[in-house]
Design a protein around this ligand. Structure first.
Ligand code: BES
Ligand code: MN
Ligand code: ZN
Length: 497
């Protein structure tokens, strides 16, 4: 998709559609007034007739409009009340608008950047630029007749008083972030027989080459040498061999702190011998969303050339039942020496993460984040739209929560009291991989804590928000790319401690 940013009057837009945002006050002053005049007062008449309210994400499409030289279609999108005009609100409004248009192929769109009281023009431009990408990608990868197409061109219109260079950078960043979110979404949406450990690793290598990341791919023999026996146990039931991918990007002074992202990459979770029923298994191609989020974020950070040192690690495996699958009662010796009794082969994510986290710690890290579609219990606790955060370090967790707040991605911290460790106790080994019926998201996090060597760490359980069960006007169903924006924002903060 091509894009430009111009400090030109809205009336000069040249496109198939001009998108404008209107607040719920329906205040038609400033640049909107000039447009209204050019349209012979059409906006005022719509407002007076009650057909234009500015409610958040309300769409009013106007076709065959007269008065503009190069535009005959205008899409008005509501920006809502002042308190709704946040990053999240603007994202919702503009993804809704773009989705309305992107059902047709090759659309050229002009977007009038609104002045929003709570946000800087840079933030507004970045969010809207990202939305033009995100709203143009669907999950219908294999439909003969698609319902969603990328826009062919986007023209962003800013005010002459705005800082042109600053906003060009913001737009470029927004496009990069939107493309990263879409990469994560696409990987999650691909079928499990297309994205398996080897093909995921190949895709990561391609991304790394294209954006200048160092990429190492480790196979099952290396995992054996590293004694990653918990990770290997999960993979042993599958005909697909496991892989671990380590991406590294260093654009910082030698003594700079190291940020590490770790992602759960179970490319298909059947549950293993503790087989899931069909309903539960149906969406389990999404169980590599953590790893896909790490890859998308690494791509964005490299393309943004952030002045930081970061590693991204992905533990890639299938979880399958077979004659060679790991069994209930098996005891695994994890990479860091902890022994784990397997009580449920469907609690596989924590086994993969245990060994990758201990490797991340040994590589040296000053801030550790893991992302995983880890527990159904987290979805029960927080619903499908909220990320669960679990941490051993309040300062580090606060940084993550602040970044998620600025990015408009709802994240909620969960407790990590010591008494939850009781639930992970085993009669035969140091710990077991299930904590029983209650507090399942927390006991999973307490399990992971045994593998982070006391380093500042936040675990993000994205089991709910990583994959959406249905289409909504403001969001395509399937992979969502949740947390890419938050992690890029966190990384920006990491660059200026
Ligand atoms: N991948 C699942 C968790 C999941 C559930 C992700 C729903 C997305 C949507 C995970 O591996 C799993 O099966 N967890 C079990 C753990 C239990 C056996 C202790 C669960 O949540 O039931
Ligand atoms: Mn599972
Ligand atoms: Zn899983």
């Amino acid at each position: 998709m091509a894009w430009q940013l111009d400090a030109a009057p809205w009336t000069s837009a040249d496109a198939d559609w001009l998108i404008i945002g209107i607040p719920e006050s329906c205040d038609l002053s400033g640049p909107i007034a000039n447009l209204d005049t050019a349209l012979g007062g059409q906006l005022t008449r719509l407002k007076e007739a009650g057909d234009l309210t500015g409610k958040l994400s309300e769409l009013v499409p106007l076709r065959g409009v007269q008065g503009l030289d190069k535009v005959s279609r205008i899409l008005i999108v509501g920006l809502g009340k002042p308190e709704q005009q946040t990053e999240a609100g603007l994202h919702k409004a503009f993804v809704t608008a773009v989705r309305q248009i992107s059902s047709k192929e090759k659309q050229r769109v002009a977007v009038a950047i609104p002045q929003v009281a709570n946000l800087t023009p840079e933030t507004a431009v970045q969010v809207i630029a990202a939305a033009t990408q995100i709203g143009g990608q669907g999950q219908d990868l294999y439909r003969t007749e698609r319902q969603r197409y990328p826009l062919s061109n986007v023209q962003l219109l800013i005010q002459p008083s705005d800082n042109l260079n600053l906003l060009k950078d913001a737009a470029a960043a927004g496009i990069i972030i939107g493309e990263a979110v879409n990469l994560t979404r696409e990987l999650v949406n691909q079928p499990p027989s297309v994205i398996f450990p080897i093909s995921f690793a190949a895709r990561a290598e391609k991304v790394a080459q294209d954006c200048g990341l160092k990429c190492e791919i480790f196979d099952e023999n290396w995992l054996k040498k590293e004694r990653m026996n918990a990770f290997l146990a999960v993979s042993q039931g599958s005909v697909q061999p496991p892989r671990m991918v380590v991406l590294e990007y260093n654009n910082a002074p030698a003594d700079a702190p190291v940020l590490t992202l770790v992602g759960k990459g179970v490319t298909f979770d059947s549950g293993g011998l503790s087989l899931k029923p069909t309903d539960g298994m149906l969406t389990m191609k999404c169980d590599m969303a953590g790893a896909a989020t790490v890859l998308g974020t690494m791509q964005a950070i490299a393309r943004l050339k952030l002045p930081i040192h970061i590693r991204g690690m992905m533990g890639l495996t299938e979880n399958m039942p077979s004659g060679s699958a790991f069994k209930l009662g098996d005891v695994m010796h994890a990479r860091n020496g902890v022994t784990i009794e397997n009580q449920n082969t469907d609690a596989e994510g924590r086994l993969v993460l245990a060994d990758v986290l201990s490797y991340a710690v040994d590589c040296g890290t000053d801030g550790l984040i893991d992302l995983a579609t880890l527990t159904g219990a987290c979805v029960v606790a927080l619903g499908e739209e909220v990320v669960g955060a679990f941490s051993n370090h309040q300062g580090w967790c606060d940084q993550l929560l602040a970044a998620s707040k600025r990015s408009g991605e709802d994240t909620w911290q969960m407790p990590m009291w010591d008494h939850f460790n009781e639930l992970n106790k085993s009669e035969v080994a140091d710990i077991r991989n299930t904590g029983g019926r209650w507090g399942g998201a927390i006991t999973a996090a307490k399990f992971l804590e045994k593998f982070v060597g006391g380093r500042p760490w936040v675990h993000l359980d994205i089991a709910g928000p990583a994959f959406a069960s249905s289409n909504k006007p403001y969001r395509e169903g399937g992979g969502t790319g949740v947390m890419v924006k938050t992690l890029v924002e966190l990384a920006r903060g990491f660059a200026r401690p």
